[in-house]
Design a protein around this ligand. Structure first.
Ligand code: GRF
Length: 205
């Protein structure tokens, strides 16, 4: 079983897409924990319904707070193979990146390297794309390094947005793509079919 930890901050539709796809695929992927930067969020509810452990790295209350050093120990004990950031808004601390080198991926709702970086999340991204009158939008999955939205790109998928009327229209189209490519890429990792060669990332058939 390939074990993943999913980091979330809100709604959790990508978490749900991962769980649904794994179920359809004979449960070869196991979400062993969900980590959030909130005390609670909709994604935690999805985790609870599916009997998945949740950890909060929010420091709003001392009671729930889990320091990253403790989280790393838990992730190691759970034998996590891959960390998937699916809407996680906080910057990942260097110590976690160092411990899970090349084993943390993020989904970004735009075609990087455009429309990425600090502050570029959620509807902010789609507003910026809308205001530039960009005609093609999409989603990107990339490795996480110490700089926001900077790691090597693993997969991208685009969608025509020439007829959209609002940033929300863009968000809706891009989210559909996210729900397809994220489970696909996780599947490739689980089959050892993600290869970095000559500075590029290849997904093998
Ligand atoms: C997605 O658009 C993802 O690309 C971005 O945050 C959003 C999270 O959505 N990083 P959800 O919580 O998975 O529904």
């Amino acid at each position: 079983m390939y074990k993943i930890a999913v980091f979330v901050s809100g709604r959790g539709s990508n978490l749900k897409a991962i769980l649904d796809s794994s179920q359809q695929d004979g449960n070869k992927i196991e979400v062993v924990c969900v980590v959030g930067d909130k005390i609670d969020c909709l994604a935690f509810e999805i985790a609870h319904i599916n009997s998945i452990k949740t950890y909060s790295v929010s420091n709003v209350t001392k009671e729930n707070y889990l320091a990253y050093s403790e989280l790393i120990t838990n992730l190691r004990n759970l034998k996590v193979d891959l960390i998937v950031l699916a809407g996680f808004l906080k910057k990942i601390p260097d110590e976690l990146i160092e411990q899970f080198e090349n084993r943390i991926i993020n989904i970004h709702p735009a075609l990087l390297p455009s429309f990425g970086g600090k502050g570029m999340y959620g509807i902010n991204v789609h507003r910026a794309v809308f205001e530039k009158s960009v005609q093609v939008a999409g989603a990107t999955i990339h490795f996480v390094d110490k700089i926001y939205d900077n790691g090597k790109i693993i997969a991208q998928e685009c969608v025509n947005i020439s007829d959209v009327e609002t940033p929300e229209d863009i968000a809706e189209r891009v989210l559909k793509i996210e729900h397809q490519i994220l489970p696909m890429v996780i599947g490739k990792f689980s089959e050892n079919k993600v290869v970095v060669k000559n500075n590029r990332v290849y997904l093998l058939d």
